[in-house]
Design a protein around this ligand. Structure first.
Ligand SMILES: Cc1ncc(C[n+]2csc(CCOP(=O)(O)OP(=O)(O)O)c2C)c(N)n1
Ligand SMILES: [Mg+2]
Length: 348
């Protein structure tokens, strides 16, 4: 375990870590080599998906808006890698990573970005609002905090069914919205099998989270007696370890948990970002802790995987996305006359 996998509340992962411990400490799990390689491959896939999407957006092939999660890949990969059949996930408009991490077909997702009829939602959702119930993805929500309420509702259904966990991904900006409180209160009161994963990337659009969140994020969850932990969101092993505890607690019917994953978005919020709100050097400090670089180092140093094998993973991902991009671009748009009510997600 490296020190970098431990953080305390409010500490930027780029900063030195207080190894003296404390209640917030989360020990990184040591996934076996095959598991960590899988996680690396998933993260590399998310990164490439978004690089391709960004290029398509810039040249006008993707319309509307896209919200990229580059820099935050370890959170979705670390949590979703522990989920299985019957579990449910909700995410935000920054949801490409979560969709890919739960197993949504990347070609379908890319076609969806391009509003093609072969897209995950038949071209109707675009980048922001993807649903894939076959993979437990109940929705990516454009409404800040929408993912929280929906996951709580899903958790109520799962509790009645007696099996399964719901995971809500949301940003730091959501913790000051009213239904965050209603949802956490209800989940705690009913001991629902739900894990709240707050991806604290330090900003809600262009507003620093710390300037609008007195008392911090964890205190909000603890007010409802929900166990809450901060974790280094750049380290997939640390995220996985913390998520494992939370998911296990939910599966044992012990109630909800709350994870704050400290992370950083490497790109603009979306279109029209003024790029003037980050302190100088902040982006560089976080890029030095790129989740892909950290995982690669872990694979090399702890697991003895060679640089050549790691390069091979990246090469395969790149090759795969060349085909995906070509096929998605070649796919047909929906016909204006299509009956759009025909799109029926396949499973409840
Ligand atoms: C209910 C609601 N209010 C306002 C907005 C406008 N809005 C879109 S993104 C965003 C910032 C959210 O920040 P955060 O939750 O930290 O997520 P991030 O974008 O950093 O991933 C806001 C305020 C919205 N979509 N929904
Ligand atoms: Mg944010």
């Amino acid at each position: 375990m490296s020190d970098s996998s431990i953080v305390t509340e409010g500490r930027a992962p780029g900063a030195a870590v207080d190894a003296s411990g404390g209640a917030e400490r989360v020990r990184a799990a040591n996934p076996d080599t095959a598991t960590l390689l899988d996680l690396y491959t998933v993260m590399a896939g998310i990164r490439r998906f978004e690089e391709v999407s960004q290029a398509l957006f810039r040249r006008g092939a993707i319309r509307g808006s896209i919200h990229l999660c580059m820099g935050q890949e370890a959170v979705s990969a670390g949590v979703c890698g522990l989920l299985g059949e019957g579990d449910k996930v909700t995410a935000t408009y920054r949801g490409h990573g979560h969709a890919l991490a739960v197993g949504v077909d990347p070609l379908g997702l890319m076609a969806e970005m391009l509003h093609k009829s072969t897209g995950t939602c038949g071209g109707r959702a675009g980048s922001m609002n993807v649903i894939d119930r076959d993979h437990g993805l109940l929705g990516c929500f454009g409404i800040v905090g929408g993912s929280i309420a929906t996951a709580v509702g899903a958790a109520l259904a799962l509790q009645r069914r007696g099996d399964g966990v719901a995971v809500a991904f949301f940003g730091d900006g959501a913790v000051n919205h009213a239904y965050f409180y209603e949802s956490l209160n209800f989940a705690a009161m009913r001991k629902l099998p739900v894990v709240f994963v707050c991806e604290n990337n330090l900003y809600g659009e262009f507003t620093p989270m710390a300037s609008v969140t007195p008392g911090g994020i964890l205190a909000r969850a603890r007010a409802f007696d929900i166990p809450a932990t901060s974790v280094d969101g750049q380290d997939v092993c640390a995220v996985r370890a913390a998520a494992d505890e939370a998911i296990t607690r939910a599966r044992e019917f012990k109630g909800p948990s709350f994870l704050e994953a400290l992370t950083y978005r490497f790109n603009d919020h979306a279109r029209g970002d003024p790029f003037d709100y980050r302190p100088e050097g902040e982006m560089q400090a976080w890029k030095a802790r790129d989740p892909l670089t950290i995982t690669r180092k872990q694979l090399r140093d702890r697991h003895g995987v060679s640089e050549e094998d790691l390069d091979q993973v990246i090469l395969q991902v790149r090759t795969r996305y060349e085909t995906i991009q070509r096929d998605a671009l070649a796919a047909p748009l929906p016909e204006p006359s299509d009956d759009w009510t025909e799109f029926k997600p396949t499973r409840n």
